[in-house]
Design a protein around this ligand. Sequence first.
Ligand code: FAD
Ligand code: UDP
Length: 367
Amino acid sequence: MYNYLIVGAGLFGATFANLVKAAGKSVLVIDKRNHIAGNCYTENVEGINVHKYGAHIFHTSNKNVWNYVNSFVAFNRYTNSPIAKFKDKLYNLPFNMNTFNQLWGVQTPAEAMAKIEEQRHQANITEPKNLEEQARALVGGDIYEALIKEYTEKQWGRKCAELPASIIKRLPVRFTFDNNYFNDLYQGIPCGGYTALVEKMLEGIEVRLNTDFITSRNDLKSVADKIIYTGPIDEFFNHLFGKLEYRSLRFETETLDIPNYQGNAVVNYIDSKYPFTRIIEHKHFEFGSQPKTVITREYPDSWALGKERFYTVNDERNSNLYTKYKALAEQQSKYVFGGRLAEYKYYDMDDVIESAMNLAKKELANG
Ligand code: FAD
Ligand code: UDP
């Protein structure tokens, strides 16, 4: 008998397990996959840490979270600065003075602002109702057409006019020559990869892999006083109200016998003629100097039961459905639902850790 059974060895489960274990609780962590670390899992190939479920860059403004992750492993100085390729030309991201110079030849913030203002004025949008309108209102038609439209429509499999504006709101627009994709105070990649980080978090904790809670529920539900569930919430309730939708991804990874393929960790392929959205060259996350390189092409994919769940689709149907599951979850006194799948939420890693820290604090305060 354990105090806690934690379903899922991703960052939510690992953080919660680590904190309650340090406070003297007994814990068992299970995961249905054959590895720990959830979606930020990295696997060593040719000495390079390969991000198996897509590129993961740790960034946060939360000092507590930053100190917490740094207490397990050191983080390097990686700063995400993706390159976008459109019609065989390269542009810097996020949208900043370098991008404006590459697009229009403008050299000063005043010139760039005037250019964007002119296009915003032409678009004449006061209250953006969808992603296309949001983009046109934010950065004008040129940037929308060159760097947003085709990428976004590939990524989501829908027209920009049919997508929520919220998707694009987190992209920074800057009138400085600053290619840092994030605005956060702290950023980096754990030295040795994310698996090393989660391994440290789970040190001294019993972990059972290849163990699916849903299929072994009858045996597992009585092994602990309380269960922290980080799997899909609809699956927990046998899809009682229907399936929550996701957007999936497919990855094609190859090892190349050259030291440097694209000179950057992330290159976005905007044109619709490419079926993938980006190529990741993993060694550049850790400034690797290995003789070979590993690259991954990331293809957006529709989701069906059995495929990996990557992005939540937070439209009205799914939001209503989630509200129903959430109400049911709140009635389960033995269970707590947390993390990106159980809360059906686009969660960055730092937010997931913060949320698990808060839960651990609450649980420990209750004895
Ligand atoms: P997960 O990591 O998904 O862990 C949940 C675990 O539960 C999984 O290991 C799963 O196997 C297990 N599980 C599920 N069901 C069961 C079951 N029935 N029985 C047993 N185990 C089960 N965030 C950032 O901060 N920066 C980034 O750059 C970034 N990039 C991303 C890129 C992509 C393509 C995606 C999709 C996400 C990205 N994220 C990024 C978000 C990040 O992946 C999440 O914040 C984080 O992984 C969530 O952790 P979690 O523990 O909630 O979920
Ligand atoms: N996006 C875009 N062009 C790009 C990169 C991103 O239009 O070159 C849009 C796209 O709609 C995407 C959103 O911005 O879904 C968020 O992209 P980001 O790379 O920040 O998120 P991720 O896919 O890594 O979660």
